[in-house]
Design a protein. Structure first.
Length: 344
């Protein structure tokens, strides 16, 4: 019997539509109202930035932060929701202008580490051991600004400090090759897995693969997932879509290339993703043109598309596929897949 999947997203996936060229175009939806929408949209898991969970956390003491996170845990329980992960937001504060762990300023690096420890406190209070690191500004605009060897060592040191701070947590690195930086130090999932090897607890360092981030590196998202699955490191995903090499679009899953989406669903399903509690996260953005009342459809439809593709994938005849592979008739296999998709 094939497994079932459970779905998650973050509160940032319902937003007001501001972009670098224009202001908000929709009203803010209060956090509690967002939480109330999860189940209706078919989602059971919530992904958090640390300050989504505890707003203005830099103004609070460690105790106050933990108390607020504990209160949030009760609210989540009341909604029947589970916290999937917490991620330190290391790209907003003035102290993270030049990066967090790789900043050239020692005091700023110290801030990034302390903030990451508070993220772990929050995760603990929310009942999750999953910490996600999207290393937004760990890179450079010009190569001469940082020493890449030192940068890798500093990231490893930060990972080690977090792993030592709480021996129960595990870290999922969300790789991305660029944006906001020109180049980042962990552009692909191979880099993420290799970073774990620089710590003394590589078994607690894995990864989160985002479709768009793999595409921005000009890689196949399903092959990236396959590589991580082979290493037993695929602990979360951010499914979405991307229309060629440009800014990170976070489009509705499957919106550009449904076959590419099918292959992601297929590799996850065939290799029992989810059987150890992994979530299917959808990191999708609302189109700026959506109106107030219709600004959650991208989430609902991304999940529906995933389930439709799952149905198509499971309807494929494996013995037929194996036979075509054995005959090396990939043209026939190509047509078989396309035909199944166009019928589906
Ligand atoms: C941006 C990332 C971002 C992360 C989120 C969780 O490109 O995809 O949305 O997924 O901050 O760490
Ligand atoms: Mg993401």
């Amino acid at each position: 019997m094939a497994g079932t999947f459970r779905f998650s997203f973050g509160p940032w996936n319902i937003h007001e539509g501001a972009d670098p060229f224009g202001p908000e175009v929709r009203k803010s939806i209060p956090f509690n109202q967002k939480l109330a929408a999860y189940k209706k949209l078919g989602f059971d898991g919530v992904q958090f930035h640390d300050d989504d969970a505890v707003p203005d956390m830099n103004e609070l003491s460690q105790k106050e932060i933990i108390r607020e996170a504990e209160a949030l845990k009760k609210t989540l329980d009341n909604h029947g929701l589970t916290a999937e992960f917490v991620a330190p937001r290391l790209w907003f504060d003035p102290r993270t202008i030049d990066g967090g762990y790789t900043s050239n300023c020692a005091k700023c690096r110290e801030y990034a580490i302390e903030r990451s420890k508070r993220t772990i406190d929050i995760a603990r209070a929310l009942g999750t051991r999953n910490i996600v690191l999207w290393l937004a500004r760990e890179g450079t605009y010009i190569r001469e600004a940082k020493d890449p060897v030192l940068a890798a060592e500093r990231i490893a040191e930060a990972l080690q400090t977090m792993l030592d701070y709480d021996r129960n947590i595990r870290i999922m690195i969300e790789s991305k090759p660029n944006e906001p930086m020109d180049h980042t130090y962990i552009p692909t999932i191979g880099h993420a897995i290799a970073m774990g090897l620089m710590t003394n607890a590589p078994e607690r360092v894995g990864c989160l693969i985002e479709t768009a981030h793999a595409l921005l590196a000009n890689l196949s998202p399903s092959d990236e997932m396959g590589f991580a699955l082979a290493h037993k490191k695929l602990w979360s995903v951010h499914l979405n879509d991307q229309n060629s090499l440009k800014f990170d679009q976070d489009l509705t899953f499957g919106a550009v290339d449904p076959r590419r989406a099918l292959n992601q669903v297929r590799v996850l399903d065939k290799h029992d993703y989810g059987s150890s509690g992994e979530w299917v996260g959808l990191d999708v953005k609302v189109m700026r043109t959506q109106k107030d009342g219709t600004c959650m459809k991208h989430l609902e439809y991304s999940r529906k598309i995933f389930l439709k593709l799952l149905e198509i994938s499971r309807s494929l005849d494996d013995s037929k596929i194996n036979q075509l592979v054995a005959e090396r008739d990939y043209e026939e296999l190509n047509f078989y897949i396309l035909n199944a998709m166009l019928k589906g």
